[in-house]
Every structure is written in C-alpha cells, then in structure tokens.
Design a protein around this ligand. Structure first.
Ligand code: SF4
Length: 232
C-alpha cells in the first residue's frame, strides 16, 4: 500500500517537475482522426521529418480523398510514402485500414469515437490493420484528449530509468502504469514533456543525469549505467 502511494507521489513529482522545466502544453486538437491515424501509421520506425514528408506527399497527391487512396495502385502509394520507410508493409496496411473503415462505418471518419469510453474506442482502433496500442492511444489523445497515454521509445526509457516501471517493462505495461497513477487531465502535457525530456536530456546512450531535474527521483546511475534498486 505504501509502495503504491510512493509510486503515485513519484509520478506526480515527475509531472510537476517537467512542467517547471518545459511548461504545461494546452491541448491542441488534431482535427481529423483519420489523418492522425494514417500519419501515425507512417511514423512507425522512422523520425518525424521522414514520416511528415511521406504524409505531405500523400496529401498533396490525393488531398482529403481517402477513397482515392484506397483504390490507388499500390505501387503509386508505395512511391508516395517511400520517405517513411517500410513502404512495402505500410502501403498495404493503410489500404486495409481504409477498407475496414469503409466496411465498418460506410465512410472514412472516426469522429464518433469521441462518444465512446476510452477503453471501447481503443479496442475498436486496435482492430484496424497495423494499429497497436501506441497508435490507437495517439489518436485518442491528440484528437479527443481521451484517457489514453501513448508510450514511445523516450517515455519507455525514462519510465524504466526513474523506476516507474520494471527495467524491461513493455510500452503497453508502462502505458497501464501511467494511466493508473495519474488522471487523464495530465496525459497530454506529460506525454509531450517526457518526449522532450528524452530528446534533450535522458537520451538513450548518453543521459545527462548531472543536469537532469529528475535526478533525485531517478533509480538510474549514470556512472555505472545500472539501476539503484531491484527491478519490479
Ligand atoms: S537522472 Fe539520468 S537517467 Fe534519470 S531521468 Fe534524468 S537523465 Fe534520465
């Protein structure tokens, strides 16, 4: 019981410390959930610049006409999204996702997810081809400010190092932990701040612990590259 309370306290301390460091971003709605979904599918295993270029090329070619994307020759799609990498997998996944949206709803729209509880919306999104918990959570968080906490590689690494999770905890496990420890109102700014912290300070190979505002909360020892405490 005391351990659980300590973990809640630690999560709040991380959140408030990062707000002091980076500010508290106000929610900015991503207006089109299908755009967000396809952009997130393109972002798998690449950086923002590359996936952004692929998405921009797709939109420049097809505009908002997702039916045209679904019916386009697959080689055309692959060529347009090539900057995002893994285009042999991503192009068919995009087509299959659009086909399923059309089958399920008769249109290319996900705005009705706003009316569902987060767990139900998440369950539906993860039935779409190529859509896992991270992609589904991003759509829910950025389009609906929903009660979902997406965990990327930066958030996974920081959560493990500070001891919010076990050292080898999966992104899905870490997502569950944050969602249990903090209220949904914290998810949007916390998600953005943890990513920023991972890029600027808690980098994968060279964490800058001596200048890190989370150092007093953190289980990771920069000198040894080990954790102070036993893994949970
Ligand atoms: S103290 Fe080091 S390992 Fe811990 S969060 Fe900060 S940069 Fe990362």
């Amino acid at each position: 019981m005391a351990a659980a309370a300590a973990l809640v306290q630690k999560a709040w301390q991380v959140h408030t410390t990062l707000i002091e460091q980076y500010g508290e971003a106000r929610f900015q709605r991503s207006e089109n959930p299908v755009d967000e979904l396809i952009a997130t599918l393109l972002s798998a295993n690449t950086n923002d610049a590359n996936s952004g270029r692929a998405f921009a090329q797709l939109k420049a070619h097809f505009g908002d006409d997702w039916e045209a994307v679904q019916r386009a020759p697959i080689e055309t799609l692959k060529a347009l999204i090539r900057p995002a990498g893994m285009y042999n997998q991503k192009a068919p996944a995009i087509v299959a996702t659009l086909e399923k949206l059309q089958r399920d709803w008769g249109c290319y729209d996900l705005s009705h997810l706003a009316d569902l509880p987060a767990a139900e919306a998440l369950a539906y999104l993860t039935t779409l081809p190529g859509v896992g918990h991270k992609t589904a959570s991003i759509v829910l968080l950025f389009c609906f400010n929903g009660a979902a906490f997406p965990v990327d590689t930066h958030i996974q690494r920081i959560s493990q190092r500070i001891g919010l999770s076990g050292r080898r905890a999966s992104p899905e496990k870490i997502k569950q932990i944050w969602e249990q420890l903090l209220p949904p109102s914290t998810f949007y700014p916390l998600h953005l701040n943890l990513i920023q912290h991972g890029r600027r300070t808690c980098q994968a190979l060279t964490p800058r612990c001596t200048r890190c505002p989370l150092q007093s909360l953190c289980d990771y020892d920069q000198q040894s590259g080990e954790w102070h405490t036993e893994s949970r």
